[in-house]
Design a protein around this ligand. Structure first.
Ligand code: PRP
Ligand code: URA
Length: 210
């Protein structure tokens, strides 16, 4: 049983696209398109509880009582594989700021190595969406949340595509306040830290670098 703030989408569009994404015969161009589309759909679900304020809008026919977002949003893609998740979501939320964080997994220890961020001294956004397709051991996601919390981020959500049970457990245990939004939780990690059945290496499949 998953904790209350871990969401695995059962949406038919998400599940259909995920099946094509996983397929080893899907090439980099199609893979990037699917990452983009899945990211938009997952972010749509992950942002369902954003704050709204009442506003009156003058239409050509009268006054409409409407609602608009109150919170400022930061998109935080984790390099490299998170890059492909940004563009589509940004189009849906063009007022968002984008803050890149560079982490890679040391292949021997599986520990995250932090190599890049240009976060300003204090936070400029109220809600951060961490974007990274793969939640494997959970080391990278946990380190990213650590960085954002140290920065002062108040509200953080993790938007990924496939998680391993080990990664979900680790991220939730370290940061129970961070909601986790995924398209699937798979069976397990293999002995080199890859998600099984997963989709292989998300960075290599996007950028054609296998
Ligand atoms: C992948 C993925 C995550 C990380 C997940 O990145 O995009 O950032 O692995 O693994 P973890 O949960 O065990 O930390 P990778 O290190 O392959 O870097 P890349 O995207 O630059 O190829
Ligand atoms: N990173 C990936 O890209 N794929 C995995 O299965 C695990 C980590």
């Amino acid at each position: 049983m998953l904790p209350d703030n871990v969401f695995v989408s059962g949406h038919p569009l998400i599940q259909h696209k995920l099946a094509i994404l996983r397929d080893k015969s899907t090439g980099p161009k199609k893979f990037r398109e699917l990452i983009r589309e899945l990211s938009i759909l997952l972010a749509y679900e992950a942002t369902a509880d954003l704050g709204l304020k009442d506003v009156d809008v003058e239409t050509p026919m009268g006054t409409a009582h409407c609602r608009q977002l109150t919170e400022t949003i930061g998109l935080v893609p984790v390099l490299r594989a998170g890059l492909g998740m940004v563009e589509g979501i940004w189009e849906m939320m063009p007022g968002s700021e984008v803050w890149h964080i560079g982490l890679f997994r040391d292949e021997r220890t599986l520990r995250p190595v932090h190599y890049y961020n240009k976060l300003p001294v204090s936070p400029t956004v109220q809600v951060c969406l961490i974007l990274d397709p793969m939640l494997a051991t959970g080391g990278s996601a946990t380190a990213t949340v650590d960085i954002l919390k140290k920065w002062g981020a108040q509200r953080i959500k993790y938007v990924g595509i496939i998680g391993a049970p080990e990664g979900v457990t680790r991220l939730h245990a370290a940061h129970p306040d961070v909601s986790i939004h995924l398209a699937a939780v798979d069976e397990r990690l293999n002995d080199i830290g890859y998600i099984v059945p997963g989709l292989g290496d998300a960075g290599d499949r996007q950028f054609g670098t296998a």
